[in-house]
Ligand binder design. Structure first.
Ligand code: ZN
Length: 399
């Protein structure tokens, strides 16, 4: 433990974790101060942009390449973290305490302050060795990813400032794995929230009315849960598939009715759909409409969220950055598994600009505690991640 206690990189990681950049209403100033200090130490110039407003900074450190006109590498991480239930934690969530086994407990230790600091640690190690690369590397620290990045990455990518970074390839967050595999996320599923307003015959609760909202709801619910069952069956039948490969459906909100003896005129139901990259979105939309008719009609559909399909990042020989990254990981003898992320990250905004982006958080043999109580990262897993980036960065910056 004493070794870890005195390791400079571990110390810096823990210092960053102690900044409570937690939702809601985050003051990012302490993050900016900390990161500017890191940039000075690394002798990297810094720019700060505010595309989403005065309290939504985007900090960019730049390591100039020998051929700065080439498309650049962007190493992205978000500064914000999700809220905590402190009473459910065995260690205070913003103290970054380390136990005897080297487990560092803090909100953000996995998601994703680790990755942001590992980029900088790898750059420090590479600079110490005197390394220089063809391509310029931009290390970006963005706000508000955890509240969908609307005032963060989403507002940054359409700006001139972003365009001038001339990004050719982006690395962003992935997720830990409990085994020895490292997952590389090349795509994300598409989110739809579908809201049905189901109208039907109202009246006395003692009668048998025709076309009640409940009967129509039963039809819709049956169809939606059949989709859910299809995904479950698919996952069970094929062990090579995971949640990223199937479309999930869940009923999340139901409202309706006023009194025990009155048949409700309206039932409202909302479903959370996470659609696989193979899903035909137009066909699905038509299917939903058809079901409403089949159920008896007088049903309105709204989509509180209906994302467009984000293009997947190509992972074959035509993507030189993927080839370089894959080779670097193979040289380290690491098992890698390209897959689709079941959730969404800021990578989607980068991919929507037709820039290839991969999600990668080097944390193997790690229980998944993203957004959970007692989020922690093992000190040696953290240090191993730095070593991995020390190998990936030269490969992609020279690709
Ligand atoms: Zn994250």
């Amino acid at each position: 433990m004493s070794d870890w206690e005195h390791n400079k990189e571990i110390q810096l990681f823990r210092e960053y974790l102690r900044i409570p950049s937690v939702h809601p209403d985050i003051d990012y100033t302490p993050c900016l101060e900390f990161l500017q200090r890191q940039a000075r130490d690394l002798e990297l110039p810094v720019e700060i942009y505010y595309p989403g407003g005065p309290n939504k900074p985007i900090l960019v450190m730049t390591w100039l390449g020998q051929e700065p006109e080439l498309p650049t590498i962007m190493l992205n991480s978000h500064m914000d973290v999700v809220p905590v239930y402190p009473e459910k934690w065995t260690h205070p969530p913003f103290a970054a305490e380390m136990d005897e086994e080297g487990r560092i407990f803090a909100r953000g230790s996995q998601d994703m302050k680790c990755v942001g600091m590992q980029y900088l640690a790898a750059i420090r190690a590479l600079k110490k060795k005197g390394a220089t690369f063809k391509r310029t590397i931009h290390v970006t620290f963005v706000p508000d990813e955890e509240i969908s990045g609307v005032l963060g990455m989403k507002s940054f990518v359409p700006t001139d400032s972003f365009c001038k970074l001339n990004v050719g390839f982006c690395l962003d967050e992935g997720a830990p794995t409990v085994n020895d595999e490292y997952k590389v996320y090349y795509a994300e599923k598409t989110i739809w929230y579908v809201h049905f307003t189901i109208s039907g015959t109202t009246g006395h609760g003692s009668l048998l009315h025709k076309n009640t909202a409940a009967e129509k709801f039963q039809y819709i619910l049956g169809k939606m849960l059949a989709l859910r069952k299809k995904a479950e069956d698919l996952l069970e039948s094929d062990p090579t598939l995971d949640l990223g490969n199937v479309s999930t459906v869940n009923l999340t909100v139901v409202k309706g009715g006023l009194q025990n003896n009155v048949v409700p005129p309206v039932i409202e139901a909302t479903f959370d759909l996470r659609l696989s990259i193979d899903e035909d979105l137009e066909a699905l939309q038509q299917q939903l409409k058809d079901w409403c008719e089949e159920a008896g009609g007088d049903i309105a559909i709204k989509f509180p969220t209906q994302d467009k399909k984000t293009p997947a990042t190509v992972i074959n020989d035509t993507n030189p950055f993927w080839v370089a990254m894959q080779n670097a990981l193979r040289k380290l003898d690491l098992k890698i598994r390209p897959t689709v992320l079941p959730g969404v990250t800021d990578s989607r905004y980068v991919r929507q600009m037709n820039i290839p982006a991969l999600g990668f958080s080097p944390m193997a043999h790690t229980p998944i505690r993203l957004h959970a109580n007692d989020e922690y990262l093992q000190a040696d897993t953290y240090l191993e991640g730095i070593r991995i980036y020390e190998n990936i960065l030269p490969a992609i910056a020279n690709a």
